[in-house]
Design a protein around this ligand. Sequence first.
Ligand SMILES: [Zn+2]
Ligand SMILES: [Zn+2]
Length: 313
Amino acid sequence: MTSAAGSESGSPDEFQPAGGKLERGLIWVFIVVPTLALVPGVLFAWGGWIGWHDIVLLVAFYVLTTTGIGVGYHRGFTHGAFKCKRGLKIGLAIAGSMALEGPVIRWVADHRKHHKFADRDGDPHSPWRYGTTAWAVTKGFVFAHVGWVLWGQDRADPAHYAPDLVNDRDMAAISKCFRQFAAISLLAPALIGALWDRSWHGAATGFFWGTLVRVALMHHVTFSINSICHVTGRRPFEARDRSGNVWWLAILSQGESWHNLHHADPTCARHGVLRGQIDINAWLIKRFERLGWAYDVRWPDRQRLERKRVTVV
Ligand SMILES: [Zn+2]
Ligand SMILES: [Zn+2]
């Protein structure tokens, strides 16, 4: 391992913040290739190279992985906004792993560090790290969006930031199997597309839409929470950082872009607390609660929110 923090902590390799050369190379491939696929994707769609099977695969895998990250990795495991039964916990951790954003323990550790140092020294991905001039913010934006994953030096030590997950046998096992879940996520749309269409063409379009386009879209929406939502957006609540609410990302991020409220009240299970703020992840947590799979949910506390309110919007 190359990480100094990793060598100090003594926790197993798969939980360490920085990968070796091969892993960093693979991260480049998994981020850059699907992004490049977006451009021909639009042209292919124009030319009719998309069927309703492909749209179903794209939406299904997008919602599955976005839920794994937003409901599981983020609101549940990082912030403890709710507790869940073992089956749901395992399901969410696997769905999050399929988003190709890293093993659950490493993701949670980085995100807890982000909240601890938000937009100050030590934040793994603040767009303000280089300063406030136009050029500094441009550089910072690219870093916060994607650079921190590729060359960031402020990654968190999981043994320090996520000891609860390191000591959870299910989470440790799922983190260890990250590569296998990533492989399933990459190949499943092609396999389903082939069986559904009974053709190689179905496999090819399934892979293109269900894997490449889905991963690119999902990655850039998630990355935007770190970049766009820390640069712009309304700030109706008091937070110690520059987090903002970005309405036009609300549907695609399933509610994660109500980021100002989230930084003002991080353990709250609902991020879209104001009138008209759609929050699909909160809706899903409510469904899980009704099914008895989620409990001890921290729903918004009106008085608490009023105290944090700074402006009427
Ligand atoms: Zn943030
Ligand atoms: Zn958070």
